[in-house]
Design a protein. Structure first.
Length: 505
């Protein structure tokens, strides 16, 4: 049955629209009600430049529906160079409503898919299987960018009637793996599978994580927790799989790292609405960490605008090291300067692959964390405390210490408490970094650059200073650069060691 009856709509939303709900579609009760019977409606509309971030198309679902399916298309007109064209995201909320942070969320695929379905026993990746209960559902449309000509779309909704299939209870991976006690553990906390806009299956990701020498990973799909129930069989004594989400707002992305299984974090707000603090607290109540991702990335909506007051750490190295990562490292270093000056909490740095599909490499880079064991809580404690460094691969390993005159010693993320004029020896041992140079960075900037390490990739760099001269010291290990003034791409980056007697949170 085509959409030529009363379900057809041609709504338009302009920049001045007061309500983000469009004209919807009603399916008459009993229509197509035979087992396996299908009823289809088509909805057309146009979104003007300046449309709300999210608009909703209501769908009145009658009793007796086994499956709801949605497909959509939209126009992609040519635009002048430098002008964004059309890009339209999609998701759905069930009869429980679209309230921010409410229970109605049933899935999101952004712009990665042109169709999806939901039924009790199965759903398209990115969507949550479960009953298709009667009531008003809402298709969520997110006009990511709109061309000057506007964005015309067509939605097709198909309801299949019949008895629902048997629901499958979710199973989640354990929150611990067999570790080595207190040790350095390697992880990648920002990875995408086919449950959002990646192409790899969870099984392929787990295999690549093991091949990359990782001890833990974190599921981080865009704006959905639908992958959580698909990792249980892939965890093992050698691989801890934590669950989370990449909360992808219009003002930046943030990792909900290691939340309780089944936790959904809403993303439908901007910085000016002053709602981020609420959802940061929800992440922490669910046992997770709040980690702004790629804060200086150049993609539309990627630049971080919420500030770092709610952050537990920040991702400063995302995938292969590029100029936006260089900017992120420099901006992060400026926060260390302020923290040392004001004797307040400092923000640890992390790195993750953000791998989506080949040729993206899982574990490039990886965060290496000193944790009491290989458990969700212990890994999170290590990250939160800054007892970590970022490495290009499992081939790279570092030991970084500061030692005072009486043998007092501090490691990565720790504070060496000695008098301001006490001599301090800073020592970096590195392996797996052939022809790389070490830069030691303090609140005064780069104070030492070493000669390149030999082709064996192993070496030691020592430097003498005092807390009066350096409030903190951190290390960068960089590859040689062939041309230009840049110091070369990163092979490893440590969190700082603070020097002096000032406490920090």
């Amino acid at each position: 049955m085509s959409g030529r009856g009363p379900g057809r709509r041609t709504p338009t939303v302009t920049a001045a629209a007061a309500a983000p709900t469009l004209g919807g579609v009603t399916f008459a009760s009993g229509a197509g009600g035979a087992d396996g019977g299908r009823v289809t409606r088509t909805i057309r509309g146009t979104l003007a430049p300046g449309a709300p971030d999210y608009v909703y198309v209501p769908v009145d679902v009658p009793d007796g529906v086994r499956e709801i399916g949605v497909s959509y298309t939209y126009d992609r007109p040519a635009v002048p160079a430098g002008t964004p064209g059309n890009a339209l995201d999609i998701g759905i909320f069930d009869q429980r409503g679209t309230e921010l942070g409410g229970p109605g969320f049933r899935g999101w695929s952004g712009g990665a898919r042109s169709e999806f379905f939901i039924r009790a026993d199965d759903a398209t990746p990115g969507y949550l299987a479960g009953p298709v209960d009667a009531g008003v559902w809402h298709i969520a449309l997110g006009p990511y960018t709109v061309a000057p000509q506007g964005l015309s779309y067509e939605l097709t909704v198909c309801l299949t009637h019949g008895a629902p299939g048997a629901a499958v209870p979710p199973s989640y991976p354990p929150q611990w793996a067999r570790g080595r006690g207190r040790a350095w553990y390697r992880g990648d906390c920002h990875i995408h599978s086919r449950y959002s806009d990646g192409s790899r299956t969870p099984a392929e990701i787990a295999a690549q994580a093991r091949a990359a020498g990782l001890d833990f990973i974190n599921s981080s799909e865009h704006n959905t927790h639908a992958a959580h129930a698909h990792w249980a069989d892939l965890a093992g004594d050698d691989l801890l799989i934590m669950l989370g989400e990449e909360v992808t707002t219009r003002n930046g992305h943030v990792l909900a790292l290691g939340t309780d299984p089944g936790t959904f974090v809403d993303w439908r707000y901007r910085a000016r609405e002053d709602r981020f603090g609420r959802f940061a607290r929800e992440i922490r109540r669910a046992g997770g960490l709040v980690v702004p991702a790629h804060p200086h990335a150049g993609c539309v909506g990627c630049a971080w605008k919420f500030g770092f007051g709610e952050a537990d750490a920040v991702e400063v190295w995302n995938g292969p090291f590029t100029p936006d990562d260089e900017t992120a490292v420099a901006a992060w270093d400026a926060t260390l300067v302020a923290a040392a000056r004001e004797e307040r909490r400092w923000l640890p740095a992390m790195g993750s692959s953000d791998a989506h599909r080949p040729p993206d490499s899982v574990g490039l880079p990886q965060t290496v964390v000193l944790a009491d064991d290989l458990t969700r809580e212990a890994v999170q404690d290590g990250i939160r405390a800054g007892r970590s460094y970022v490495a290009e691969s499992a081939n790279v390993s570092l030991a970084f210490t500061a030692t005072g005159p009486g043998g007092e010693r501090a490691g990565i993320g720790e504070r060496l408490r000695v008098a301001a004029d006490s001599p301090v020896t800073v020592r970096l041992e590195a392996r797996g970094v052939p022809r790389c140079s070490v830069r030691l960075v303090t609140d005064q900037g780069v104070l030492l650059t070493s000669e390149p390490f030999p082709v064996s990739g192993s070496g030691v760099v020592e430097w003498r200073t005092t807390p009066a001269y350096a409030a903190y010291v951190r290390a960068e290990v960089r590859h040689e650069t062939a041309v230009g003034p840049l110091p070369g791409v990163m092979a490893a980056l440590t969190n700082p060691i603070f020097l002096g007697t000032a406490a920090h949170g």
